[in-house]
Design a binder for this molecule. Sequence first.
Ligand SMILES: [Fe+2]
Ligand SMILES: [Fe+2]
Length: 191
Amino acid sequence: MENIINNLKEALIGESIAKRKYELFAEQAVKENLLEIAHLFIATAFAESIHIKNHLKALSSIIESPINLNEIVKINEDEIYKQVKDTSSNLLNAIDGENYEFKIMYKNFEKSAKKNKENVAELSFKLAKMAEKIHSKLFTKFFKILTQKKLFKKYEIYVCKICGNIEIGKIPSKCPLCDHSSIFYEKIEMN
Ligand SMILES: [Fe+2]
Ligand SMILES: [Fe+2]
C-alpha cells in the first residue's frame, strides 16, 4: 500500500512538472512562430492535467480523504525554465520524458498496483501509460516534420478528458484508449 501511495505521489510530481514544462515549450514555439507545435504542447499540457486529476482521485480513494495537490507537489520554476531550449531540442526533451513515463515509470507502477489490487490506481497508471505513448508518437511526428522542413498543416487537436489521449484532425467515434464516448473529447484552442 505504502509504495502505491508513493508511486501516485511521484506520478503527480512528474505530471505537474511535465505540464508546466509544456506550457513553457509552447511559449518558446510561439516565439519561433511554430504555432502548430505550440498548439500540440498546449494540448499535451492539458492532457497531463487529466492524468493529475485521475491520480488525485486514486490517491484520495486510498487515503480516504481529499488531497491538496500543492502539499504534494512543489514546483521549482527555475529548474523547469532551465530546460527550455529551442523548439527542436524541446521536442526531443518531451519525447524522452514521455518515453521514460510509458516504458518504465507507468509500466512499473501499473504492475505494482495490480499486484496490490489497487484497481483505481492501476487504471489511472494504465490510462496515463497509454496516453504518454501517444504523446511520444505525436511529438516524434512533429519533430520529423520540423527537421525535414516540411510544411505543417493546420490541424484541429482534441484531448480526451477521461484519459488524456490526443487526436489530431478529427474526433474518433469513441476513445481508442479508454473506450469513452466522443463527447468527452475537448477541442483545444490556441490561446
Ligand atoms: Fe504525456
Ligand atoms: Fe480516452
